[in-house]
Design a protein around this ligand. Sequence first.
Ligand SMILES: *[C@@H]1O[C@H](CO)[C@@H](O)[C@H](O)[C@H]1NC(C)=O
Ligand SMILES: *[C@@H]1O[C@H](CO)[C@@H](O)[C@H](O)[C@H]1NC(C)=O
Ligand SMILES: *[C@@H]1O[C@H](CO)[C@@H](O)[C@H](O)[C@H]1NC(C)=O
Ligand SMILES: *[C@@H]1O[C@H](CO)[C@@H](O)[C@H](O)[C@H]1NC(C)=O
Ligand SMILES: *[C@@H]1O[C@H](CO)[C@@H](O)[C@H](O)[C@H]1NC(C)=O
Ligand SMILES: *[C@@H]1O[C@H](CO)[C@@H](O)[C@H](O)[C@H]1NC(C)=O
Ligand SMILES: *[C@@H]1O[C@H](CO)[C@@H](O)[C@H](O)[C@H]1NC(C)=O
Length: 266
Amino acid sequence: MLSLLLSLSIAASCTATTLQRRDSTGYVNPADGGGSMLTNAPDTYPLGLGEPLNAIIVGTSDSEVLSLTGAGGLNNYFLSFGFGGECFGVHVGDAQTANLGDGQGTINQTAEMRWDYYNPSLGTCTETEQGGNHFRYWVQNGTSAATGAIFMAVSEELPLSQNHDIIPNGYNLGRDWLVGNATSRNITTSDYSTSGGTQFSGSTSYNGWTYQTTVTYTTGLLNATSVGINHNESVPVNGQPAIDGLVAVMEVKALQKGNGSSGSPK
Ligand SMILES: *[C@@H]1O[C@H](CO)[C@@H](O)[C@H](O)[C@H]1NC(C)=O
Ligand SMILES: *[C@@H]1O[C@H](CO)[C@@H](O)[C@H](O)[C@H]1NC(C)=O
Ligand SMILES: *[C@@H]1O[C@H](CO)[C@@H](O)[C@H](O)[C@H]1NC(C)=O
Ligand SMILES: *[C@@H]1O[C@H](CO)[C@@H](O)[C@H](O)[C@H]1NC(C)=O
Ligand SMILES: *[C@@H]1O[C@H](CO)[C@@H](O)[C@H](O)[C@H]1NC(C)=O
Ligand SMILES: *[C@@H]1O[C@H](CO)[C@@H](O)[C@H](O)[C@H]1NC(C)=O
Ligand SMILES: *[C@@H]1O[C@H](CO)[C@@H](O)[C@H](O)[C@H]1NC(C)=O
């Protein structure tokens, strides 16, 4: 815990900037290829509800970071901001599917990651039991849109005893907390514009690798709505829709490359 906190605070270069918006290369809107920015959750009531793909790691990120297997790849990057694989590799809950409009059609999630409560070896077990932040992700890598982008469905969930339902406002909060973890700053709604364009940038480190993450809150991919959103009876707060429609578009660069073996302790 101490080492993670230290690396977060030392590595943190916390800036909210108003840089120019990047060209949106590095991912393709799934809707353009017949897909959707909503996942398909199994056994919803009514049937057919989904969860928003409310964060994207763009394909213009460094290729080492986008690797599913490399030492400095996605698993090490996720660990750098406190997310690990599932407790002892045991999957709790049903897999979801998504269609990223890349020609692969509707496919299972690649993996599900959970916040590790600052304990990279056992913390995701705490998350599984007590709830907390988590995400499922898919890779946009089919032949008709091989961008390599990682589409993530982020939400803050309730404890296992409450069936891992989503907390009130849990999609927006989960996204903001994940972005906060990845840029080493606390983010609240007053820090960004609901019309998009706000950027946050910061760095995190793990196992000798240091990553610079630049996030742009982006509109136009999802609507601000409750319609079609899983748990839309209990998630909306203060008369607002279940999701605010903003997607955290993240570009990640490897500032420093480690020399060690795989970063995953599991
Ligand atoms: C998708 O996941 C389900 C379990 O949720 C599994 O039964 C099925 O075999 C998986 N499909 C593929 C293609 O891996
Ligand atoms: C994406 O597809 C390319 C070409 O098939 C492959 O080399 C690469 O490993 C894939 N990336 C991921 C993250 O699956
Ligand atoms: C990191 O994530 C945790 C759990 O979701 C959250 O409580 C915390 O506020 C986040 N930290 C930052 C700096 O956003
Ligand atoms: C975020 O806020 C919490 C609670 O106020 C504080 O303990 C923590 O140090 C803050 N983290 C950062 C990175 O500013
Ligand atoms: C947003 O809502 C409008 C109007 O209902 C609809 O035409 C559009 O397809 C929706 N966009 C998304 C991304 O769901
Ligand atoms: C939840 O989504 C379903 C399906 O689109 C819709 O029929 C229902 O009205 C929504 N419920 C709320 C509370 O928005
Ligand atoms: C790897 O880096 C560490 C410092 O992080 C250094 O002590 C070690 O000698 C390096 N090993 C190799 C093989 O370069």
